[in-house]
Design a protein around this ligand. Sequence first.
Ligand code: SAH
Ligand code: SF4
Length: 334
Amino acid sequence: MNTSQLKTALEGEPKYRKKQVFEAIYKNLISDWSEATNLGKDLRLKLAECCDIKISAKLFSAKDGQTEKALITLADGLKIEAVLMKHSSEKAERRTVCVSSQAGCSLGCKFCATGQLGCKRNLTADEIVEQVLFFARQLNRVDEKITNIVFMGMGEPFLNYDNVLAAIRLMNDPEGMNIGARRFSISTVGMVPGIEKLAEEKLEVNLAISLHAADERLREKLIPTSKKFTVKKILKAVDDYMKKTNRKVMFEYVLLAGVNDHDEDAMTLAKIMTKKNYLVNLVRYNDTGVYRASSGNQIKKFKTILENAGVQVTQRFSFGSEINAACGQLALKN
Ligand code: SAH
Ligand code: SF4
């Protein structure tokens, strides 16, 4: 879908008509212009001719019934992946879409399959929104809604800052999808300029930092951009962000057996995490053929060391590794 084509087609139409079209797409979640019954027949036919709203995707479903991956083909033939995760608890039914911000990623983190692809290009705001629309349309048919969006798919969101923010604002629009700002999470490998910029936005989205090592040398080995954006610089930017926005920040830590999961690693992490109101999210490594995941026992030990030091720790449940849909596995393999 291309909203600038749509804008051109609607030039000269009254404002209320444009609003009806916006609602048809983002609120009523039409998949075909014939479903836009709030519009006159002539306009529907005209739009059907010039503005294709079909999303070309192949769907993969995991046996757990909780995870689906969409392999989407963009207008120029490039492919990207987005994942829907369904989780239920006593408190809430969540329908989370994990979206890509770039086709591939240029940053080459050693544990991440996307990082081995290189980056083909940034996605447009429309292409980011389209990933959510695809699943929103599907859920709408069974009377369900998307509740959360995480920028944890392919790419580094802060290397495509403007389009990511434009996509969030579009999905946040009360006259469209109306997804609350607090339901968005941006995960960054620690691009300091992006963190600084986000601190200035009047937008209450969640920020997550992929830390994965507290020690500078170890982090440099895992994440090439660490040479430029050191742990020290990242923490400084995060502290400024927290001061300005009054929001908590989450640090993600993928546990790699024998690499960053020693007791000493936990202690080094605890030292920098206890001082502030930070959250640590321990993530199980999803196999990308490079490392081994830490054992359940070691994860428990790591967590206990952090907790005993007074750090707030959670553990991320992993979805969809059997269809290569889990964090770090999006590499267009299917
Ligand atoms: N580029 C951003 C967002 C996309 S990656 C970032 O790096 O934060 C989303 C998350 O998946 C990040 O926390 C990343 O570190 C994590 N990840 C990458 N490869 C992984 C793997 N093999 N197993 C588990 N998590 C992984
Ligand atoms: Fe890129 Fe994030 Fe993967 Fe690193 S972990 S290569 S920044 S997508």
